[in-house]
Design a protein around this ligand. Structure first.
Ligand code: UDP
Length: 329
């Protein structure tokens, strides 16, 4: 621990959507926070309000820079690893970058954390379940359930595999090197600062609705998702980092409330009072040929509740409202 028990926390990807909300929270708690972000999808604007805070510093660089990472990890007490290639659009357009950042990046983070024996929370994704829920009779996804990933010729699954490899590596460090590691699988996270640029559905729908432009649903809209507000995700991350029983565990973080994408489009339209048309286009037009989606993705969060006593508090309307307010401001 640093002077006078002020914790120093390193947040990789701290200028990103989720990372920047975590940074707000950690600074509020009185931590010293260092961010490393290459601004590939993150934005300095997201953390601009902290630039004069003496507890805050940021480095614009890649987590693949191992000597720099080594220095930053040495100086901190714990690491939240959020830097990753994210967003289905980005993953489809830049597959090499996705694999390199997600596989080699996490490798660097874990190696440095292990060298200095620092506690690390690795964020993974519900994408690692792949199409499991289409195949298991629709039961919510449990951490110890099987994954069902599509063929390697289908680019989308590269992301799932890269994050699954991150999980294997993190758990291997925990088992073999006794590194204190927590692995978190994030389900669709939504809130202020998320852009629709990389494909995410809620900011996309809200932006279109506010402009009275067509809301574009991919496929027939009967696929469903479960959305979690970013404030709930941050709460869960902070609690899991502090919970000794979470070490060496993989934990779902999500909100089990489920909605079809068609109903989501209707709800966004209603809540914005929009005149937008809802249009349906085939997946191929959105993502190119051979794209595979999953029908449903809903978390079982009993493990999170059992470990932290926490359940998400913001419901779907609250989530959408916060995104509307963000784009209106
Ligand atoms: N989607 C959509 N219109 C959009 C963006 C996404 O219909 O403008 C669909 C997408 O095909 C998927 C769901 O909404 O079925 C969630 O997409 P997102 O990219 O937000 O996250 P995913 O859960 O697929 O990673």
């Amino acid at each position: 621990m640093n002077t006078r028990d002020t914790k120093t926390v390193l947040v990789t990807g701290g200028a990103g959507f989720i990372g920047s909300h975590l940074v707000d929270r950690l600074l509020d708690e009185g931590c010293r926070v260092t961010v490393i972000d290459n601004l590939s999808t993150g934005r300095l604007d997201n953390v601009a309000e902290h630039k004069d805070n003496r507890n805050f510093q940021y480095v614009v660089d890649t987590i693949l820079n191992e000597s720099l990472m080594d220095e930053l990890v040495a100086q901190c007490d714990e690491v939240y690893h959020l830097a990753a290639a994210v967003g289905v659009k980005l993953i489809m357009n830049r597959p090499v970058e996705t694999l390199e950042t997600n596989v080699r990046g996490t490798e660097v983070v874990l190696r440095c954390a292990n060298r200095h024996k620092k506690k690390v929370l690795i964020t993974s994704t519900s994408e690692v379940y792949g199409k499991a829920m289409d195949d298991n009779g629709g039961a919510p996804l449990r951490e110890d359930g099987d994954s069902l990933i599509g063929p390697t010729s289908c680019r989308r699954w590269a992301y799932a595999c890269s994050k699954a490899l991150d999980e294997f590596l993190a758990l291997a460090y925990f088992e073999e090197k006794k590194l204190p590691v927590v692995v978190v699988r994030l389900f669709n996270t939504v809130g202020p600062r998320q852009t629709g640029q990389y494909g995410m559905v809620v900011p996309n729908f809200v932006q279109k609705a506010l402009l009275n432009k067509p809301i574009i649903v991919y496929g027939d809209g009967s696929q469903s998702r479960s959305f979690t507000h970013v404030s709930d995700v941050v709460e869960a991350l902070v609690r899991l980092m502090a919970e000794p029983r979470a070490l060496g565990q993989v934990i779902n973080v999500g909100n089990p409330q489920e909605i079809t994408i068609r109903d989501l489009a209707e709800l966004v339209k209603e809540m914005t009072g929009s005149r937008s048309e809802i249009e349906y286009i085939p997946y191929e037009r959105a993502y190119g040929p051979g794209f595979e989606d999953m029908r449903r993705r809903c978390p079982d969060i009993r493990k999170l509740e059992e470990l932290t006593g926490f359940t998400p508090r913001v419901d779907l309307r609250g989530i959408i409202q916060s995104v509307i307010a963000y784009f209106q401001s």
